[in-house]
Structures are given as structure tokens and as C-alpha cells.
Design a protein around this ligand. Structure first.
Ligand code: FAD
Ligand code: SIN
Length: 525
């Protein structure tokens, strides 16, 4: 039930699988994941993965596009490192079996998305994430040094706190020794110790009701780090994807990739009028924050639940060839995208903030790395450039692997860590106490802390979340540990962090837009 290994990797998306493969030749790896191995945001990614491939594209153009999109909050050194490291990491992915589409001359068929000045998105039809996930899983499953544990849920990180010592945030001496992990089939909690722990737990989309993220995206890694007194930042910058299919009650919301706008699709109000030019001269290919806000504004002004995405002017065979998965999905609900307009609305999509890390993926807690969406590297600033996240996960998996391997010989497995304390936590409460609070968190966040915010809305959200926090902590102290209860607790923590940081920002910037701080005239394109 307990485990000891050189590396404990938590999460099986692009970041976790990549890291495991990069270190497995040199040490033992325990890779845990809370659902099936392939259930991750990675598996749902559609548009592709950005990297400079051919002229006229250049590193400088990709860097500039990323900086412009990030609205002044990117770390330029990080952006340069990421952009220049990307091509080599793509090469490795291809060597490991990932296939990206090529044209009839054998060159990569590069797509374009919002905020990109060039065609630079490598893709596999409109199922790029699933292709990357497939290729990585095949290699991971075949590696003798990697133990894969599906349906194992990380509850909390283990630090000196569990040895009875005081741990304070912003102290630089907090150390991570592993994690307490619950086997979801037996409900028993094990002590998983490691020399280095790698959080690759992905995003936070489920803190909102309407999200493109699968149910596993509940911000567990970020919440665990915050509880362990690690540093978390930029949580106010939540990215809403402008075009999720409007199909009420389908969860997660099915994405209509931005690559479709790169291919020429237009946005229209329900009466058929194009509206994006009114908001930005880049039209439907403006950065995501601008497009999502424009749609939100049109919907609110007109009292509509959706707008339309229109690709009907493009040749039908090309539409089907580029977007076979979207074509099939829409057809299954009676929409033929070669002839019909597609109803779309924005949905929570990506967390730009997260566990603060340095350029090696090291968090503020020793021997704890955070990679992929759960981390905040400084790449995205106040708004992520489309298709920059898969590549970030992969580049940082490489950085963290290269940084952790030389340390391995000097690190030890910590002794004396107590087993999980079940005391007082044996009462099985009614599930409705958890499920109803889960819905309430999503409602509070969706109505008060969404695409457009205000001081008053944030204040209300904070007060209401405070009530849920107290009730849930009480429940956690007394009732049986379940995945749903842990996730609820984590989502409340995430909501709190988003509101706390949003409250502290006295301006509208990137993804944080407040009606109390309208953007300055010179910032409007
Ligand atoms: P994930 O792939 O989300 O993996 C997280 C893993 O951690 C999962 O296996 C999960 O089960 C596990 N986990 C979480 N908590 C725990 C816990 N407590 N215990 C154990 N395991 C846990 N980005 C792009 O660059 N290009 C795109 O085209 C693109 N399209 C997207 C389309 C959709 C619909 C979505 C949702 C996202 C898209 N993104 C895209 C974003 C991108 O997919 C993610 O940011 C990226 O895949 C994150 O990878 P990751 O490895 O960090 O996390
Ligand atoms: C998309 O395909 O539109 C998603 C791309 C991304 O989230 O980077």
C-alpha cells in the first residue's frame, strides 16, 4: 500500500508522462493518476502545439506574439527559453511516435490561431492532444522502471509539518517528502515517499460550471501546494475559450477549435451579423481575452445564450478534412457544419496562474517540481497565447528532468513519516452535502468571477465561498475521505485564490477585466 521511489509523478497528461519518460532510465518512477491513464486535459486538446518550424516564421516572431498576448506580465527570459527550446522537444515527440499532419510535399501542415502572426501550429487533424497522449502512454507503459497506478488520488503533500514541525509560507526551507495518496478502489490512504515529487496535475476548469475541461481538472496540485505553504501566483488570470459548442447540459463543453477561425470562420450574432471588427482590427483572430469578452458582451446586450461560428463559405471537403472530429460531433447533434452555423459560447478553459516555479520547474518547496498547467512559469503572463500550453508542459518536463537527475544521488527518502491518521474521519455523510456545495461553488464563480468582474461581485463571491469553506472543512474533519469531498475542498481553495488575487489587482489587464477599472484608451487596439 505504501510506496518508495526516486520520483513520484502525480498526473498522466503531457507533462507527467513526458517527465516520467525522461528520468526512467536513471531512477525508479511511481506515476499515479486519479482516473484512467488517458483522462487528462491533454487528451482533449484539439488545435495543436506551437513551435517555430519554417521561414518566414522566426523565434523573434513567436516571442513577440507571446509577449503581446500576455499583456505585459510575461517573463521575457522564460518566453525566449521556451520558444527556442520548442523545436528540439517537438523532434523528441516525433521520435517517440507522435504524428503531426504534413502537406503533399511532406512539409508540416502548419495552422494559425488567434494572436499568432504566422502559421506555426503543428497538429494531428483536430485531435492533437489525443495523439500526443497516445504516443506517450505507449512508451510509458513499456518502460520497466515506471510503475503506473490508475485511480490513485493524491490528497496532500508530505512536508516537515507531518514530522510535527512548524512550516510557514515564504520560508525557503519547506521540504517535500512525497504525498498521501488514496487508492480509490479500497479507500485506503498510503504514504508515497520519494526523493523528488513532481506535480503534473493540470488545470482548474471545474471551478466554473461551463468548462471545456474534463472532470479531473479540479486544481488539486495548486490547492495541495497552497495548503503545504508553497507559493502560488497569477490565479486571477483564468482563460475562457471563446468558442465552446453551445449544447446545454453537456459537460465538459465540446470545444470548437480556434484553428477554425484561423481557417477562415467568422463570428456572427444570431441575426447573422459579423461583429468582431467592431471590437478589434484583428477580428476573430484577436487574442482570446478580447474575443471572449466581445462574445460575452454581444450575448449580454442582446439577451442571447450564444453567437454563431460560420465556416459555411469554405469548401465542404476541406472543412471535413481539417476538422473531422468536430464535423462528426456536430453532425451527431444535427448540425452539418459545412451548411449550418455553429452555436458557440465562451467556456472556462485554462488556468494561466498556478504553482510558482523557476526556469527548472522548481517550486518554492524543496524537492517539489510543478510542470504543465498546474504551474505558473511566467510564460503566459495575463493571457496565454493559443497552443502555447502543450509545448510549455513538454519543455518544462525536460527542464525539470535535467535539473532533478544530478541531485538524485544526494537526496534521501525521509524516515519517520507517520501513516495517514484516520482518527475521527469514519462517518459516511450524505453525498448531497458534497454535490450541492460543488454546484454552489461553480455558480458563485460563474456568475461573480467570470469573464467580466467588479469589486462588488468579487466581494459577494468571497463572502459566499467563505460559508462553503467552513462547512466543507468541518465535513472533511469528520467524514470518510472520498474523491468528491477532496475535490470540493480543492475547488473552494482555488476559488478563494482566484478571488483573493483578483481583488488585489487594481486595473483591467489581459484576462482580468473589471468594470471598476476600465482599460486605458491607449490599451485598446
Ligand atoms: P493534464 O493533461 O490535464 O493532466 C493532468 C493529470 O493529473 C490528469 O491525468 C489528472 O487525472 C491527474 N490528476 C489531477 N489531480 C490529481 C490528483 N489529485 N491525484 C492524481 N492525479 C491527479 N493546449 C494547447 O497547447 N493546444 C491545444 O490545442 C489545446 N487544446 C485544448 C482543448 C481542450 C478541450 C482543453 C481542455 C485544453 C486544451 N489545451 C490546449 C490546454 C492543454 O491541453 C493543457 O493545458 C495541457 O494538456 C495540460 O497538460 P498537463 O499535463 O499539465 O495536465
Ligand atoms: C483550440 O484548439 O482552440 C485550443 C487551443 C489552446 O487552448 O491552446
Amino acid at each position: 500500500m505504501n510506496r518508495t521511489s526516486d520520483f513520484l509523478v502525480i498526473g498522466s497528461g503531457a507533462a507527467g508522462l513526458n517527465f516520467a519518460l525522461k528520468v526512467a532510465e536513471y531512477g525508479t518512477v511511481t506515476l499515479i493518476t486519479k482516473s484512467a491513464l488517458d483522462e487528462s486535459n491533454t487528451n482533449y486538446a484539439q488545435g495543436g502545439i506551437s513551435a517555430v518550424t519554417y521561414p518566414p516564421d522566426t523565434f523573434d516572431k513567436h516571442i513577440q506574439d507571446t509577449l503581446i498576448c500576455g499583456a505585459g506580465l510575461c517573463n521575457e527570459e522564460v518566453v525566449r527559453m521556451m520558444v527556442t527550446s520548442a523545436p528540439e522537444q517537438i523532434k523528441q515527440l516525433v521520435q517517440w511516435g507522435a504524428k503531426f499532419d504534413r502537406d503533399k510535399n511532406g512539409l508540416y501542415d502548419l495552422a494559425r490561431e488567434g494572436g499568432h502572426s504566422e502559421h506555426r501550429i503543428l497538429h494531428h487533424n483536430d485531435l492533437t492532444g489525443a495523439e500526443i497522449q497516445r504516443a506517450l502512454m505507449r512508451k510509458v507503459k513499456a518502460h520497466k522502471n515506471i510503475e503506473i497506478l490508475e485511480h490513485y488520488f493524491a490528497v496532500d503533500l508530505i512536508t516537515q509539518h507531518h514530522l510535527g514541525k512548524m512550516v510557514r509560507r515564504y520560508n525557503t526551507d519547506v521540504e517535500c517528502y512525497g504525498a498521501y495518496v488514496v487508492n480509490l478502489k479500497t479507500q485506503k490512504v498510503g504514504t508515497f515517499l520519494a526523493k523528488a515529487t513532481i506535480l503534473a496535475t493540470g488545470g482548474t476548469g471545474n471551478v466554473y460550471y461551463n468548462t471545456t475541461n474534463p472532470p479531473v481538472a479540479t486544481g488539486d496540485g495548486i490547492a495541495m501546494v497552497y495548503r503545504a505553504k508553497g507559493v502560488v501566483e497569477n490565479m486571477a488570470y483564468v482563460q475562457f475559450h471563446p468558442t465552446a459548442l453551445y449544447h446545454p447540459n453537456e459537460r465538459p463543453a465540446f470545444l470548437i477549435t480556434e484553428a477554425m477561425r484561423g481557417f477562415g470562420a467568422e463570428l456572427r450574432t444570431r441575426d447573422g451579423n459579423e461583429f468582431m471588427q467592431k471590437y478589434d482590427k484583428r477580428g476573430p483572430l484577436a487574442p482570446r481575452d478580447i474575443v471572449a469578452r466581445a462574445i460575452d458582451n454581444e450575448m449580454k446586450n442582446r439577451g442571447d445564450d450564444y453567437v454563431y461560428l460560420d465556416v459555411t463559405h469554405k469548401p465542404a471537403d476541406e472543412i471535413i478534412q481539417h476538422f473531422p472530429n468536430i464535423y462528426k460531433k456536430c453532425l451527431s447533434i444535427g448540425i452539418d457544419i459545412t451548411k449550418d452555423l455553429i452555436p458557440v459560447a465562451p467556456a472556462a478553459h485554462y488556468m494561466c496562474g498556478g504553482v510558482k516555479v523557476d526556469m527548472n520547474g522548481q517550486s518554492s518547496i524543496r524537492n517539489l517540481y510543478a510542470i504543465g498547467e498546474t504551474s505558473c512559469t511566467g510564460l503566459h503572463g495575463a493571457n496565454r497565447l493559443a497552443s502555447n500550453s502543450l509545448i510549455e508542459a513538454i519543455v518544462y518536463a525536460d527542464k525539470a528532468a535535467k535539473h532533478s537527475l544530478p541531485q538524485l544521488k544526494d537526496l534521501k527518502i525521509q524516515e519517520g513519516i507517520p501513516d495517514w491518521d484516520y482518527e475521527g474521519t469514519t462517518r459516511a455523510e450524505e453525498m448531497v452535502l458534497v454535490t450541492q456545495s460543488y454546484k454552489e461553488v461553480q455558480q458563485i464563480m460563474s456568475y461573480y468571477v467570470g469573464i467580466v468582474r467588479s469589486n462588488l461581485r468579487l466581494e459577494r463571491a468571497f463572502a459566499r465561498l467563505g460559508i462553503l469553506y467552513k462547512e466543507t472543512e468541518q465535513l472533511y474533519r469528520t467524514s470518510t475521505l472520498t474523491q468528491q469531498l477532496c475535490e470540493l475542498r480543492n475547488l473552494i481553495q482555488i476559488g478563494y485564490l482566484i478571488i483573493k488575487e483578483a481583488n488585489a489587482i487594481r486595473e483591467s489587464r489581459g484576462l482580468h477585466y473589471s468594470i471598476d477599472y476600465p482599460p486605458k484608451k491607449e490599451d485598446i487596439v
